[in-house]
Ligand binder design. Structure first.
Ligand SMILES: *Cc1c(COP(=O)(O)O)cnc(C)c1O
Length: 443
């Protein structure tokens, strides 16, 4: 199976390279949703992402110092294989909103994942890759009626709901839909607390299941989301137990319950704690406890950041510099440096979690032997004080023209940018390593 998939991957990439050649010279910029395929390049064996960035910055020249991204699609492929290994009962439906770069979507489509879409445009994007409508879950509990009709027209059946009015909307616009009841979770520890906005609490479920009957709508399963960047694997266990309760309730009211959707919330950054394996251990145990019968239920998940976070690295150029002095607590005068970068809070660093204290970054130049570090501020390029990446970082002294690289930048970065002040998405480059291709050919 994986052999065929690897070979398929190569074919797709070759096709892209062909198209890439035709497009070369026309336009070298692209954005997260519309990659220009000329940005796929074959690189030499064993080349690291940092080496690639080094070569790129050396070759771009003074007229193209724009910020850019590098995506390692093999990282995405590895994540997929690891997901299937660790969660053998669960089929992933990738959450498109997390990063909708076409090559990421295409890679995942070839591997055989399903997709979690939240809008008409996302549905069309996924269908355009040749993904069957059955491999799409329309996982937005609050849908615009015209988008529901669009789903109906295109054969997308699976969709989530969490309230009466949504059932009424779907009954009117898509009576054949297969409804999935989304329940709340205890996600207050997550970076993104989705249960504030989505999900029915358990006491509400009975009324919703009865209303579905009255409206002649079929409810086929239960879904939840433990919140993005969760720190507590046990949340999965509680939510799976709650889902079991709603499953049984649904059957009591005559619904053919057969789908469990455990949502997203899996960590995607390298070295994130708790690790992915800690989440999967809890999930597998809870699935075996509450859903021991494998024939009874199809289990899916909606991972977003898990697949893409670590695959993307950003390279930003320093376009401005200032120095200030301040008196520290020992009464000593200290130097403080401000740098202005060419991407920021209105570009790919829009989410709070990508800014502030914990940001993972390092200068591209090897400053290992630089003796002195200075407290530094990193500003974005827009004309507002809100455009700031971090004001609490310690760096060696850098110069205008130097590059700073940020790792784990694949999730909720390229997909949430604005073009405020005329600054556009960074380009994304996709280096494919010769040695990796040879390995897959030998298999
Ligand atoms: C955003 C979202 C996801 C993906 O969440 P991650 O934390 O990135 O895994 C999955 N399902 C739904 C319904 C979402 O809104």
């Amino acid at each position: 199976m994986s052999q065929i998939q690897d070979l398929l991957l190569q074919d797709t990439y070759k096709k892209h390279l062909q198209v890439g050649k035709q497009l070369k010279g026309k336009d070298s910029t692209c954005n997260g949703t519309d990659d220009l395929l000329s940005n796929v390049t074959i690189v030499k064996e064993g080349m690291s992402v940092v080496e690639f960035i080094q070569n790129k910055t050396d070759s771009l020249g003074p007229d193209n110092q724009d910020a850019f991204y590098v995506a390692d699609l093999y990282d995405v492929v590895n994540k997929y294989h690891n997901f299937c290994k660790e969660l053998s009962r669960v089929k992933p439906f990738y959450a498109v909103k997390c990063n909708s770069s076409k090559l990421v979507l295409q890679t995942l489509a070839i591997l055989g994942t399903g997709f979690d879409c939240a809008s008409k445009v996302e549905i069309d994007l996924v269908l355009s890759l040749g993904v069957p409508a059955d491999d799409i879950v329309y996982a937005n509990t609050c849908k615009q009626p015209s988008h529901i009709r669009h789903a109906a027209k295109n054969g997308v059946l699976k969709m989530t709901f969490d309230c009466e009015s949504e059932l009424l909307k779907v009954a009117e616009n898509h009576p054949a839909a297969e409804m999935i009841l989304r329940i709340v979770t205890n996600d207050t520890d997550s970076v993104s607390v989705l249960s504030k906005k989505f999900g029915a609490c358990l006491p509400k479920c009975e009324g919703l299941l009865k209303l579905a009957n009255i409206l002649n709508l079929q409810v086929v399963g239960v879904s939840f989301h433990i919140g993005s960047k969760s720190k507590r694997p046990e949340t999965f266990s509680w939510a799976i137990a709650d889902a079991r309760y709603v499953f049984d309730l649904g059957r009591k009211f005559g619904h053919a319950m057969r789908l469990l959707d455990i949502g997203g919330g899996f960590p995607g950054d390298d070295n994130f704690q708790p690790a992915f394996s800690e989440f999967t251990a809890v999930i597998n145990k809870a699935l075996d406890q509450y859903f021991p019968n494998k024939e009874e239920v199809e289990i899916i998940a909606e991972p977003g950041r898990y697949f893409v976070a670590s695959a993307f690295t950003a390279a930003l150029n320093i376009i401005g510099k200032k120095e200030d002095y301040f008196t520290d607590i020992d009464g000593k005068e200290q130097r403080k440096l401000s740098y202005y970068l060419n991407d920021g809070a209105f570009g790919t660093f829009r989410l709070d979690e990508l800014r502030g204290k914990g940001v993972k970054l390092k200068p591209l130049k090897d400053y290992q032997h630089a003796q002195k570090h200075f407290p530094s501020i990193l500003w974005g390029p827009c004309c507002t004080d809100h455009d700031i990446i971090t004001e609490e970082v310690s760096l060696p002294e850098l110069e205008i023209g130097d590059w700073i690289i940020f790792s784990n930048m694949g999730a909720y970065s390229l997909s949430v940018t604005s073009t405020f002040n005329g600054f556009h998405h960074p380009a994304v480059y996709y280096p494919l390593r010769k040695d990796k291709i040879t390995i897959t050919q030998k298999m």
